[in-house]
Design a protein around this ligand. Sequence first.
Ligand SMILES: C[S@@+](CC[C@H](N)C(=O)[O-])C[C@H]1O[C@@H](n2cnc3c(N)ncnc32)[C@H](O)[C@@H]1O
Length: 269
Amino acid sequence: MKKQAFDEVANSYDDIFSHSAVGKLQINRVYHFLKKLLDQKKKLSILELNCGTGRDAIWLAQQGHKVLATDISTGMVETAIHRVEEENLSGSISVQQCSIQHISQIEGKQKFDLVFSNFGGLNCLDEYNLRSSASAIDFLLKPGGHFVAVIMGTFCFWESFYFLAKLAPKKAFRRWNKEGIEASLGNGQSIKTWYYSPKQFYSFYKDYFKFTEVQPIGIGIPPSYLDQAFINKKRILKVLLSFEKMMENKPLAARSSDHYLLCMTKQSD
Ligand SMILES: C[S@@+](CC[C@H](N)C(=O)[O-])C[C@H]1O[C@@H](n2cnc3c(N)ncnc32)[C@H](O)[C@@H]1O
């Protein structure tokens, strides 16, 4: 497979995002939602798209579920395999290198209770590829199964506020660019990224999935690139987290947050 921008950041990704104070808070909001959604008494079968370093696959396995974690990047897949072995979870998690565009070709003829994509992996796909993924995801799900995607929206209050304060209006509204932008990954790497509103994103999947719920992720909690600004501000982060919790069931807030979580349910066959 050709070298991916994420190969170069696989080793530093968790330090920059997953282990940052702000990153942890955003991740916990997603876990809070998943805990409510998933039947904790049953061992569910979960397909994770764009699994990155395996952080969420490990968490899902620790909740008692079986996970097939996939990603396009060799570096991410190697890191995920290493972490799964370290955690002794190879019995519950398999990791396969596979792009979302080829997800119908994953090995094994299994069907899943949940297809899950966290923190913007689907923002690396343009509209054509997202629309094409709908039938494949539908095919891989059991009847009544869920598709949960955490996506970066077209407007983030924190981002616009921050870049306007820095007199950088182009960056403040960069998510509006319909052609997509080269988003920085650090380490001099960048990746073409497209931003979608909740309504637009759902429209790509509506023929196969019922809309179930949308939730803001990062309306009070800032984007992770602002982590340094909050490093010694635990109290402020606490207040921001309380605000985030207050906004949990407000679809309007999902249109202004750093990410939003969209939960869809497979239409009956
Ligand atoms: C921002 S990271 C998110 C990783 C992880 N889901 C998380 O929550 O930390 C985006 C991930 O999407 C993967 N990715 C990008 N394009 C992809 C594609 N077309 N198919 C599969 N994975 C892709 C990248 O390799 C990277 O691991």
